[in-house]
Ligand binder design. Structure first.
Ligand code: INI
Length: 162
């Protein structure tokens, strides 16, 4: 799915709450992912959208878990789906593998432990050019795609719980 295209007609996101978590590291990329995700949500009718920024992709799982485990009476709401956005770009050290791997496994753990779907919109690329291709460039906008997945999973999980 490309940024700018309308979301699928069947997606009716208006009845669901969403949290979009966005890592600030590599913000020239993640800001575009965030814009794509918000575009997809709004085109699909979502109105209840919380945006949370965290320093880097490493911080995404804890933020997602904290939001997913909010208790009744908390100021913030428990969302029906979370969209996690980040850009991990390979450097000359093994840092990439730690950050990318732990972000992925941490976010998977959050959705399995809490039952709240977490869409994985974290780019893991060798170069900034490859990341830019996937953040509004020739390969679309993975933030947009992650948001569409989150809407689909919010609907699907809601139905499966009944
Ligand atoms: N965070 C990212 O989101 N992308 C990266 O490419 C990255 N690199 O390469 O270092 C990165 N590091 C920061 C990390 O996410 C944490 O914020 C930091 O380690 C402090 O906990």
């Amino acid at each position: 799915m490309t940024e700018g295209k309308p979301a699928s007609a069947h997606l009716q996101a208006g009845r669901f709450k969403f949290a979009v978590l966005c890592a600030q590291f590599n913000s020239s990329i993640t800001d575009v992912l965030l814009a794509g995700a918000l575009d997809a949500l709004k085109r699909s009718g979502a109105v209840d959208i919380e945006v949370v920024r965290v320093p880097g992709s490493w911080e995404l799982p804890l933020a997602a878990k904290t939001i997913a485990e909010r208790k009744p009476g908390a100021l913030g709401k428990v969302p029906d789906a979370i969209i996690a956005l980040g850009a991990v770009i390979r450097g000359d050290t093994p840092h990439f593998d730690y950050v990318a791997g732990q972000a992925a496994s941490g976010l998977m753990a959050v959705q399995l432990e809490t039952g709240i779907p977490v869409a994985f919109g974290v780019l893991t690329t060798n170069t900034i050019e490859q990341a830019a291709d996937r953040a509004g460039g020739k390969d679309g906008n993975k933030g947009y795609d992650a948001a569409i997945t989150a809407i689909e999973m919010a609907e699907r999980i809601h139905r499966l719980r009944q």
